[in-house]
Design a protein around this ligand. Structure first.
Ligand SMILES: NC(=O)c1ccc[n+]([C@@H]2O[C@H](COP(=O)([O-])OP(=O)(O)OC[C@H]3O[C@@H](n4cnc5c(N)ncnc54)[C@H](OP(=O)(O)O)[C@@H]3O)[C@@H](O)[C@H]2O)c1
Length: 259
């Protein structure tokens, strides 16, 4: 299927590895020129080179912590004329409710709620003016079904979800859509990190924990960044203009709900 977005310009945050890289790669395959962001320059450069060589699109790197006001401003200075925005950053650390202090919540809110909101506030006016735009926020299945050890993530992402629900409907008249993609367990460094923490707590090996995790998912496997990226690219396509303000689970059936 031709996604109809060849020649568009996207900013993809948190895109040197994992789900962000999956989204950037799938957009490049559809002919979209990219600005990709992450904190460490080495991985970001490698990913940019790989994408540019494979898909013959322009790929610019924007190194910086997207959750930091000053560094985000620098990234945004590079991101002029953006048609497609994919927001993403690392998720907050796991823990238990008694441990989290106000500062932990503020950090999580900054990273997983206020940063995507700031990016949208800056880039939506240009999209509205052009009469076309796409925003995809990478959130989490924890929005639909809380993961107790990820209370910081549950809280911050719920805030972003509420903001998107209202804002998506305010801008839809202009041909701009905003939607959230909710990953379940995907095979990325983030999952390996979480499994390593659980392994230490439970005294069970990472491989065994991963097998247990896979067995608990109806699809009996973890998701891949490629299939996640393909869903993102479709949401950014010309065919998805009537999908507005949705929260779409990509979780192999893990969240056991009817709707
Ligand atoms: N993988 C899953 O199963 C899963 C499930 C539910 C939700 N999620 C959520 O989905 C998001 C992506 O997960 P992932 O598995 O792809 O993570 P990942 O494999 O750890 O990759 C994260 C990417 O974001 C970049 N990044 C992290 N913090 C950043 C920051 N402050 N500013 C700019 N770039 C940043 C990383 O590069 P640098 O480190 O170089 O900055 C890397 O490119 C996270 O919010 C995660 O919580 C993931």
């Amino acid at each position: 299927m031709d996604l109809g977005i060849r020649g568009k310009q996207a900013l993809v945050c948190g895109a040197s590895r994992g789900l962000g890289l999956g989204c950037a790669t799938a957009l490049a395959e559809a002919g979209v020129n990219l600005i990709i962001n992450a904190r460490s320059e080495g991985n970001l450069t490698k990913s940019a080179e790989m994408i540019a060589k494979t898909y013959e699109v322009d790929v610019t790197i924007a190194v910086g912590d997207i959750t930091d006001d000053r560094e985000r401003k620098k990234v945004l200075e590079m991101a002029t004329d953006i048609d497609i925005l994919v927001t993403n950053a690392g998720g907050p650390p796991p823990g238990i409710w008694q441990d989290w202090e106000k500062t932990d919540f503020l950090r999580a809110l900054e990273a997983n709620m206020l940063t995507p909101i700031a990016l949208m506030k800056k880039l939506l006016p240009g999209m509205i003016e052009k009469g076309w735009g796409r925003v995809v926020n990478i959130t989490s299945q924890s929005v639909k079904a809380p993961i107790a050890t990820l209370g910081l993530s549950n809280s911050a992402r719920a805030g972003l979800t509420g903001y998107v629900a209202g804002t998506a409907r305010q801008v839809a008249y202009s041909g701009v859509t905003i939607n959230n993609l909710l990953p379940g367990s995907h095979s990325t460094d983030r999952i390996t990190g979480l499994l390593t923490v659980m392994s230490k707590e439970k005294g069970i090996g990472v491989k065994e924990l991963r097998r247990e995790m896979e067995a608990s998912i109806p699809a009996k496997r973890l998701g891949t960044r490629e299939e996640f990226g393909a869903a993102c690219a479709f949401l950014c396509s010309v065919h998805a203009g009537y999908i507005v303000g949705q929260n779409i689970l990509i979780d192999g059936g893990a969240v056991n709900v009817t709707i």
